[in-house]
Design a protein around this ligand. Structure first.
Ligand code: F6R
Length: 244
């Protein structure tokens, strides 16, 4: 695992976009695993800018998102499907039929998880997985647990995650209590992983996840096992790791 430092969110976003840019230039038909939340927004803005400048072509790119809230249809403005269209898909030339997310309103959750894993496999796996990280060290919606999760699953969100995500909703009551999420095994199967972590509220997760023992209590720590993982951390998120 390689740790890359950035002074602030802007620099972090530029560096992350560089990695994705290089991936797509080297392999125009890359399968990108994508994330939502506030962490990757700056990265998406950078990518959109490079596309507008004519330097980045998404016409052959395929994307699979990490997760989706259960109970929200794609048309819901709070769905991750909507988020992706607003921040990336609607602003670049990726083909809508090449973008995939779990179906939040699937009638049979188990069948939906199996379908999503089979889909990822049929695409040949993920070339580059982009991740953010929760305050409690979650990646995707893999919350602290007694063992690492495997494939895509339906997860119960923790109070800490509901609290952190309520900023995107009118109130905490409106935050869905469950989500479909790729599992840790699925994430680790990606050929490359790029994680962006910004802000003081992530400092504990950074210290425990990047420098502590590998444990399912800190899902981020699983990335220490990956041979091709880059984690870009800004100064605010790194501050507990700096020796004084
Ligand atoms: C989103 C996701 C989550 C977020 C994490 C951090 O697709 O999988 O793990 O990356 O909750 O969220 P932000 O970036 O909003 O702090």
């Amino acid at each position: 695992m390689k740790i890359v430092r950035a002074k602030d969110y802007q620099e972090l976003s530029r560096k992350a976009a560089n990695v994705i840019f290089a991936q797509v230039v080297y392999k125009p038909d890359s399968v990108l695993g994508l994330a939502t939340g506030s962490s990757p927004i700056g990265t998406y803005q950078e990518l959109v800018e490079r596309h507008r400048q004519g330097d980045l072509d998404f016409s052959e790119v395929v994307s699979v998102n990490l997760d989706e809230y259960r109970g929200l249809p794609a048309s819901d403005p709070q769905s991750y499907d909507h988020f992706m269209r607003e921040h990336l898909f609607g602003l670049v030339n990726i083909k809508p039929e090449n973008t995939y997310l779990p179906n939040g309103v699937a009638a049979d959750p188990n069948a939906e998880c199996a379908r999503y894993d089979a889909l990822i496999e049929s695409l040949g796996g993920v070339d580059l997985q982009l991740l953010g990280c929760g305050r409690n060290g979650h990646i995707g919606f893999n919350e602290p647990a007694d063992c690492f999760s495997k494939g895509t699953q339906l997860v119960d969100l923790t109070e800490s995650t509901i609290e952190a995500n309520k900023r995107f909703f009118a109130s905490a009551d409106e935050v869905p209590r469950q989500a479909f999420s790729m599992g840790i095994r699925t994430i680790l199967h990606a050929r490359r992983i790029l994680t962006v972590i910004s802000g003081e509220d992530k400092a504990q997760a950074v210290r425990d996840g990047l420098f502590g023992p590998i444990t399912p209590q800190v899902p981020l720590s699983a990335l220490q096992l990956h041979p091709n993982a880059i984690v870009i951390v800004d100064d605010a998120a790194f501050h507990l790791c700096v020796q004084r």
